[in-house]
Design a binder for this molecule. Sequence first.
Ligand code: FAD
Ligand code: UDP
Length: 369
Amino acid sequence: MKKNLVVGAGFSGATIAHLIASKLDEKVIVVDKKNHIAGNCFDYKDKNGIMIHKYGSHIFHTNEEKVWSFIKQFGDFNQYMHKVIAIIDGIETTIPFNFNTLYDVFPNTLAEKLEKKLLEKFQYNTKVPILEFQKQDDEDLKFLANYVYEKVFLHYTTKQWGVTPNDVDGAVTARVPVYLSKDSRYFQDKYQGIPLQGYSALIEKMLSHPNITVKLQTDYKQLKNEYDRVFYTGAIDEYFDYKFGQLPYRSVNFKFEEYDREFYQSNSVVNYPCNYDFTRIHEYKHYLNDKSPKTVIAKEYSEFFELGKNERYYPIPKDENAMLYNKYKEEAKKLSNTYFLGRLGDYKYYDMDKAILRAIELFEENFND
Ligand code: FAD
Ligand code: UDP
């Protein structure tokens, strides 16, 4: 029987491990250098009974039927639909910027005028990335575009990526487009929610198979090369000992605070696009409606990833980084029976559903009859 090694117990590793174990009926060893499973999606109940997302808020959302039917096998989800509040000029409003935001931040007469012009120019319910939205001829719409750029994107993006929106790949800010709609949800996906027992429990279930053995606090580098196949969800540049140089990442630092009151803020996530050094504040008890007289929040600060100092969180989408990644990808192709996947293995800004989809497709392409 073939021996499989999966490096990383996040969603990517757990998905491929589960498929190999259940569909091929082969043994799988899953190792992770952390002292817990679930990678960046790790959550745990604290002493107050509040489910904490250790590495920042995680909201599951997908339009992928394949992913949804796969993931539902391992636990139920609530029907939480995410909204993000942003504080703009001291006003609490929702983003993505939409018609509701328009009326929150401007006097009614100005909002009405802008709404009319927007509806003359764009079809209702369309999404326009900010870098596109800035291309306006009309003076009033130009004013609006500059306002949104400055108040929503400029400072937040500079805090998050260390550069202005013009210097990050357009796909990054396009994740939060201007939305010509009254739908104030952050995502419009068909399926959205939070797993009722948490992400760690969901992933534990994926890994609970008689063919799977999990070893924590185990680095791939410590292992002997005695496997028939390796599925590697760690950083691809690290795998190749940085022979072409390091792939850059952004890291994040979460400062946790506990308060002796029921709620700290009105919503799970509040963005601070204009003020302070943190980008956003997470308040976890909103996700599963956890009851406690106390509350726990985390302030999120972004910083560059530095080897040995902090963790990799965000690949940085940029042409020069893609070129460097491609060199590693070419090296990877020369290896037989070693597969790279996941946010770190593919150096791609995957949401959870896309990480799972990538693992399912890798399995289907290589191992389905
Ligand atoms: P990871 O979760 O990073 O897992 C990789 C694992 O490999 C890690 O556990 C690591 O310890 C292990 N590993 C690495 N190298 C080695 C080695 N040499 N030896 C052993 N183990 C190793 N997605 C959403 O869909 N919704 C959200 O709301 C959302 N919010 C996010 C918020 C933040 C702040 C961040 C950073 C991400 C967010 N994501 C969200 C994305 C989500 O976290 C990823 O899609 C998901 O974690 C990818 O899973 P993965 O298994 O590919 O990677
Ligand atoms: N963004 C912004 N202001 C906001 C929210 C998002 O400028 O209030 C930009 C920023 O560049 C951010 C990107 O849009 O990195 C994507 O936001 P998203 O919330 O999807 O990021 P993630 O949750 O992955 O950190």
